[in-house]
Design a protein around this ligand. Structure first.
Ligand code: FES
Ligand code: FES
Length: 165
């Protein structure tokens, strides 16, 4: 179904976001990043570069880590999307969120949602990564503040906590 917004065609798009069914009218090429932030108020995903280079806009679509600045909203129709807001369990932070907080892995915070989601992806595949594997796993995510060492430490700490939980 289409209608016209300011003379241009929009589409009704349905998907699940953080476990909740959502419906939005958007231009087919409107970026998923903008729909999440502007239509749903999910401002965790950040726009760093807008070109698929920095990873700060990362979200999961059907379990696949993607840069939402490169995904047209229509392409995500019918999928299940998880953003950083969907990671905590109510008031209980995800182990990676806790570790980033405690290890100083977040400074200005622009890269942090993407770093954490990329770390979730990494630890799902490699529960006990080496430092080199953590570095490699986060190589698509850029940080201008931390010098990366606290981020690497946070991921290693989260892996340790998960293995002893
Ligand atoms: Fe999407 Fe940088 S804002 S990769
Ligand atoms: Fe500022 Fe990473 S904490 S860009």
């Amino acid at each position: 179904m289409t209608d016209s917004r300011e003379g241009r065609a929009t589409e009704e798009i349905l998907f699940t976001v953080n476990g909740e069914p959502k419906k939005v009218r958007a231009y087919p090429m409107e970026r998923l990043l903008d729909v999440l932030r502007l239509e749903f108020g999910l401002t965790g995903a950040k726009e760093g570069c807008g070109e698929g280079e920095c990873g700060s806009c990362s979200v999961f679509i059907d379990g696949v880590l993607v840069n939402s600045c490169l995904v047209p909203a229509l392409q995500a129709a019918g999928t299940s999307i998880v953003t950083i807001e969907g990671l905590a369990d109510g008031e209980t932070l995800h182990v990676l969120q806790e570790a980033f907080l405690e290890c100083g892995g977040a400074q200005c915070g622009i890269c942090t949602p993407g770093m954490i989601l990329a770390s979730v992806h990494l630890l799902n595949g490699k529960p006990d990564p080496t430092l080199e594997e953590i570095r490699e796993g986060l190589s698509g995510n850029l940080c201008r503040c931390t010098g990366y060492s606290q981020i690497l430490e946070a991921v290693a700490e989260a892996a340790r906590r998960r293995s002893t939980a």
